[in-house]
Design a protein around this ligand. Structure first.
Ligand SMILES: Nc1ncnc2c1ncn2[C@@H]1O[C@H](COP(=O)(O)OP(=O)(O)O)[C@@H](O)[C@H]1O
Ligand SMILES: [Mg+2]
Length: 251
């Protein structure tokens, strides 16, 4: 049976006087992969920041049934909400392993004794990081750095992982490799994921639920299988004329 992990109702976010999210209703279940699509400026990054409580909001937000609207970002992180921001947030002059160890600081102190086991688990998930554990992050390829950013977030053992535009700046092959791993995290790490993406085709192929944001509102939402068959989504986000086949086809 699936249960609700995170729920927002009428979530509103603003920067200063400017409101950019105008009442978002979102439900994320355990082990679900939610993909958020939408044009630049739609509010996708702000939605992730609102969920991880680093922008202030109005409206309801519950994590596993607990009202978290008054929580800080640090408290959300300790409660298991991981956030891989746009631009990754890794430290270019630290080694891979040093970056990963920093990730474990986000979780409650009582869990930190297991850092060694979690490191081994990250290396199993991303073997390329194991091979480069003593390299400084800054010399790795973009795809490897994105894996490091995800690995670092995993070190806090999130039950909800928010990932902002992981494919940004990556070539098609590294992007596909990354998505293959992301699709496995729900079982390998028992986590739900919210992935903000511009690469609609690839992200729809791994998604359970799709949310299309436009102008700070939900323009469309539903099971990925239904939405990705919809002509409107194809035209707007996959660059295809209505009626053409092709979800999951190689790019
Ligand atoms: N720190 C900020 N201060 C003021 N306005 C912002 C800030 N960050 C984003 N915005 C505005 O909020 C809107 C949504 O931005 P964002 O959430 O980054 O969209 P997306 O990630 O979908 O491109 C945009 O109009 C953007 O200009
Ligand atoms: Mg963004």
């Amino acid at each position: 049976m699936t249960s609700t992990l995170l729920q927002t109702r009428d979530l509103v976010a603003r920067y200063g006087a400017v409101e950019v999210l105008h009442g978002i209703d979102l439900t994320i279940s355990d082990s679900e992969i939610v993909v958020v699509l939408g044009p630049n400026g739609a509010g996708k990054t702000t939605l992730l920041r609102a969920i991880s409580r680093v922008v202030s909001t109005r409206g309801e937000i519950e994590l596993a049934g607990t009202n978290v609207a008054g929580w800080t970002g640090a408290r959300m992180a300790r409660a298991g909400v991981g956030h891989v921001p746009e631009g990754r947030g890794t430290f270019a002059d630290l080694t891979v392993e040093e970056n990963l160890r920093l990730g474990s600081l986000a979780r409650p102190r009582r869990l930190r004794s297991s850092t060694q086991a979690d490191l081994a688990h990250v290396y199993e998930t991303f073997p390329v990081l194991a091979n480069q554990k003593r390299c400084v992050a800054g010399v790795m390829s973009g795809g490897q750095q994105q894996m490091l950013a995800v690995g670092r977030a995993l070190m806090a053992r999130p039950r909800l992982l928010l990932i902002d535009e992981p494919s940004l700046g990556l070539a098609p092959i590294p992007t596909r490799e990354l998505f293959e791993v992301l699709a496995r995290l729900r079982t390998d790490w028992s986590t739900s994921l919210v992935i903000v993406e511009q690469n609609a085709r690839l992200s729809l192929a791994v998604a359970d639920q799709v949310v299309v944001l436009a102008g700070g509102q939900v323009a469309a939402a539903g099971p990925a299988a239904e939405l990705s068959d919809g002509d409107a989504i194809k035209r707007a986000y996959l660059g295809e004329p209505a009626g053409t086949e092709g979800i999951g086809a190689s790019t």
